[in-house]
Design a protein around this ligand. Structure first.
Ligand code: FAD
Length: 388
């Protein structure tokens, strides 16, 4: 954990710096070379998955008790940031492993954690998070997927949409309605873990997307999907609260993804400005462009600082963690969109082609303003926390 003083300042520990160096080297050597091809062919980044699993960076957040590295929240966001700097699709491997497993870490029985988490930590399996439905996006509590008791088992019926890494994940954390008569719909929702081999489970339609094309986003179908009774996460009726508490821990990871994408685009733009010449000068000599670069770097630093601060606040359980997680995700994703758009501008016509990675980074940045709650929803969450 970075030491975080009462004045809000912090420094990264030697271990956190070392992780950044190691992931940067891995990302440049084994992930970056495939990023354009992964995007072009809309294929899963197997090279990244293998490289991350081999080095244990696939799910660093899992505690040592379950075979993981037990990394703190700042270390986890650093891993995601450094991977996103070269390939946003690949950064969803560590990010979604945290998203899918956080409900278990927060609320599951010891037996269930011991059953699922070691496989994730070892890189033998991945886990996705299934909250959204076609008609229940921002209003997630209006979901229709049902789970009912049948003897000792639970039986799930319904369809989830937009599920990141569906098909490649072996485990799925699934939120479903167990009490349709609950006074508040959110209190009638429970969380479960479903395995890809469970009877009645299937992966459906794959979305055709603007960006993060290497990360499959698919529907999940549950047709009389039968799972053992002990696969419920926590008590019946607590699933929505667990799903929201999870987002406090994972919105900082989307902030990190956004910071990484933005930094990657700035890196490319700076190299280009120092090489390209027009009107007899380097582009880097034009003050109008110097000011753009300064603004881009300034915004990235602000987003990075808030992202680390929010990760640390969530891990400590600070009272303002929900506000900070939303603020970090919202600020960093808005910064990523602005910075990547400016990076395309700085490269001129070249920036608009697939010969340079900034057009991919601009397309990839857009999703960070949408998933894990749109930035409108983040602003609602922040306002609710400020005004209550
Ligand atoms: C690539 C991708 C991957 C995803 N991965 C996952 C995943 O792994 N697991 C998962 O569960 N979900 C996932 N999602 C779903 C994602 O979280 C939702 O798309 C998102 O929450 C928005 O829901 P929606 O698409 O239904 O949009 P809508 O809720 O229909 O929103 C449409 C617009 O209306 C705005 N809006 C809605 N309500 C309000 C309001 N009250 N006030 C102001 N504005 C409002 C929104 O901000 C948005 O601009 C993913 C989505 C995508 C595109």
């Amino acid at each position: 954990m970075g030491s975080s003083g009462s004045d809000g300042s912090f420094t990264l520990t030697d271990d956190q710096q070392a992780v950044r160096e190691a992931v940067r080297e891995l990302a440049l050597g084994e992930i970056a070379p495939h990023a354009a091809d992964v995007d072009e062919r809309e294929r899963y980044p197997v090279e990244a998955q293998q490289a991350l699993a081999k080095t244990g960076f696939n799910a660093v957040h899992i505690p040592e008790a379950y075979g993981g590295a037990g990394a703190d929240a700042i270390t986890t966001v650093i891993v995601i940031e450094e991977v996103a700097r070269v390939c946003a699709s690949s950064s969803l491997i560590p990010a979604v492993n945290k998203l899918g497993s956080m409900p278990l870490l927060l609320s599951a029985s010891e037996e269930l954690k011991a059953r699922v988490l070691p496989e994730i930590a070892a890189g033998d399996a991945m886990i996705s998070y299934a909250l959204s439905e076609r008609e229940a996006g921002s209003d997630a509590a209006s979901m229709r997927t049902r789970a009912r008791r049948d003897g000792d088992d639970w039986v799930l019926n319904g369809t989830k949409t937009w599920i990141t890494n569906a098909g490649v994940s072996r485990w799925y954390t699934v939120m479903a309605v167990t009490d349709p008569d609950a006074v508040r719909p959110s209190q009638g929702i429970s969380a479960f873990v479903v395995h890809a081999d469970d009877e009645g489970f299937s992966v459906g339609h794959k979305e055709r997307k603007l960006g993060i094309k290497g990360s499959p986003t698919c529907e999940l179908h549950f047709e009389q999907c039968r799972i053992p009774g002990d696969r419920i996460i926590g008590e019946p009726g607590t699933g929505f609260a667990t799903a929201l508490a999870t987002l406090d821990h994972t919105r900082p990871t989307i902030g990190a993804q956004a910071v990484g994408i933005a930094q990657g685009a700035l890196d490319v733009a700076i190299t280009y400005l120092k090489e390209r010449r027009q009107f007899g000068s380097k582009l880097a000599d034009f003050q109008a462009l110097q000011f753009m670069v300064a603004d881009m770097a300034m915004r990235i630093e602000a987003a990075r600082t808030l992202t680390y601060q929010s990760a640390a606040a969530t891990e400590r359980g600070d009272a303002n963690r929900t506000f900070l997680a939303s603020a970090a995700k919202c600020l960093a994703s808005d910064v990523a969109m602005a910075v990547t758009t400016d990076a395309v501008q700085l490269l001129g016509g070249a920036g608009y082609t697939r010969d340079f990675p900034v057009e991919r980074m601009m397309r990839d940045a857009k999703i960070t303003q949408i998933y894990e709650g749109t930035n409108q929803i983040q602003r609602l969450v922040m306002a609710r926390n400020l005004l209550r």
